[in-house]
Design a protein around this ligand. Structure first.
Ligand code: AMP
Ligand code: GLY
Length: 413
């Protein structure tokens, strides 16, 4: 089949790479893509938020499956526009993507479906926000209700900072603090059948030891040797399937990738957030271990036939991705810094480099965003995958590069 990947980040590079390696795929295209994606796909300079333009591109290329990577085009209705042309679209409708697009909507769905999540209040005024903060007490959790590229959440014990974040947003969700380790559990679904993937863990804070501000994600690994046995079955039963069933009941079925961000608290598993697409950077290590061909799973999810294909199979071993970010991230980012050493890193067995914020400048590769690339490695276990990823990272340089040194460290021990 012929596939078009929509987006230009690391997740889309990882998806395009796996599709390229899939023997059932004859052509991979991307819009708009990035220099890494250009190595595995044909790029098309089309606005990823323009559903009509994406659908027209897919039609003109005789595409069988459009895979929409990021949340913004999903919330903008790109999957709807593609499906309206009679082309299979992997990714939810704009309505179902509200599971990610609005934290208040997600809370409402969880309440209706009986899905365990933190208590919360939706607040539209400073007085409401102050009352909610005092009701829950510190540490305070204040979330922008709308899309914020992973940066809309402030967790702080400083009441003034919490109030200031609430005042800076139109509407916020203030919620009880959830302690305990976080797990990212993704599932592929056609709106009825749900196939969970292997659990992964992401590192959201910019600095080692989970310090500093939240980012889009600084690294990830899979599997989680420390996860309680039965976690996937529990989350499928209590979170994923009830959520998919509730959206079907409302007449807005969720198809595509349902991302459950979970906290394993002392009182049980709780949903921190839903996303409506593959997580970034968790997708990088997950796809590195996926043994099943990717396209048949995505196509079956897009066409309501998921139960006809076998659930995903995984390679043994482990995978780790370490993000290199540009100077100033996450507050700002730096562009045009020359990147060296990607080929050297990729010449190491088990290593591949996933591009996110990169650009071509003549023959050179330069930075073009906050998260620049993710060095991804597989190994027999987490220790080996981690060592290999950091060895590859050591080959790559650019001015102002920042990365965490502790990705998968605790889990590998
Ligand atoms: P979100 O965008 O909702 O995933 O939030 C980003 C990050 O903020 C999460 O990965 C958590 O680390 C943190 N966070 C969000 N909600 C809570 C909560 N209720 N309690 C503790 N930490 C949270
Ligand atoms: N890894 C976090 C996210 O994709 O939102």
């Amino acid at each position: 089949m012929k596939v078009l990947v929509v987006g230009s980040g690391g997740r889309e590079h990882a998806l395009a790479r796996s599709l390229r390696l899939d023997p059932t795929v004859v052509e991979v295209h991307a819009a708009p893509g990035n220099p890494g994606i250009a190595q595995v796909a044909t790029l098309h300079d089309v606005d990823q938020l323009d559903g009509v333009a994406v659908a027209e591109l897919a039609r003109s290329l005789a595409i069988d499956l459009v895979v929409i990577g990021p949340e913004a085009p999903l919330v903008a209705g790109v999957a709807d526009a593609v499906a309206a042309r009679g082309i299979a679209a992997f990714g939810p409708s704009a309505e179902a993507a509200q599971l990610e697009g609005s934290k208040a909507f997600a809370k409402d769905v969880m309440r209706a479906a009986g899905v365990p999540t933190g208590d919360s209040r939706v607040c539209g005024t400073p007085d409401q926000a102050a009352a909610a903060l005092d009701a829950f007490g510190p540490p305070y959790v204040v979330k922008d209700d709308g899309l914020a590229a992973g940066k809309g959440v402030v967790v702080t014990s400083d009441r003034a900072e919490a109030l200031a974040h609430a005042a800076a947003c139109q509407q916020v969700v203030i919620e009880e603090y959830l302690d305990g380790p976080e797990v990212s559990l993704f599932a592929i679904t056609d709106g009825a059948t749900v196939y969970p993937l292997q659990p992964a863990q992401d590192f959201k804070r910019i600095f080692d030891g989970d310090r500093g501000p939240n980012t889009g994600g600084m690294g990830a690994y899979t599997p989680l040797p420390w996860a309680p046995p039965g976690l996937v079955e529990e989350v499928l039963r209590d979170v994923l399937q009830p959520t998919v069933d509730e959206l079907a009941r409302r007449g807005t079925p969720f198809t595509g990738l349902l991302y459950a961000g979970l906290a394993l608290t002392s009182r049980g598993t709780r949903v921190i957030e839903f996303n409506a697409r593959f997580g970034d950077p968790e997708t990088q290590p997950l796809l590195a271990l996926l043994e099943s061909p990717l396209a048949p799973l995505l196509y079956a999810a897009a066409t309501g036939t998921l139960s006809d294909v076998p659930p995903p199979r995984w390679r043994s071993g482990a995978a780790v991705a370490v993000v290199m970010a540009s100077k100033g991230y996450p507050e700002t980012s730096s562009s045009g810094d020359p990147i060296e050493g990607v080929d050297a890193a990729e010449s190491r067995p088990g290593v591949h480099v996933i591009h996110a914020g990169t650009a071509s400048a003549g023959d050179a590769l330069v930075t073009a965003g906050g998260r620049v690339l993710a060095v991804t490695a597989v190994g027999a276990d987490l220790g080996e995958a981690r060592e290999t990823a950091y060895a590859g990272l050591g080959d790559i340089t650019f001015p102002g590069a920042q990365w965490r040194t502790d990705i998968a460290q605790g889990a590998a021990r």
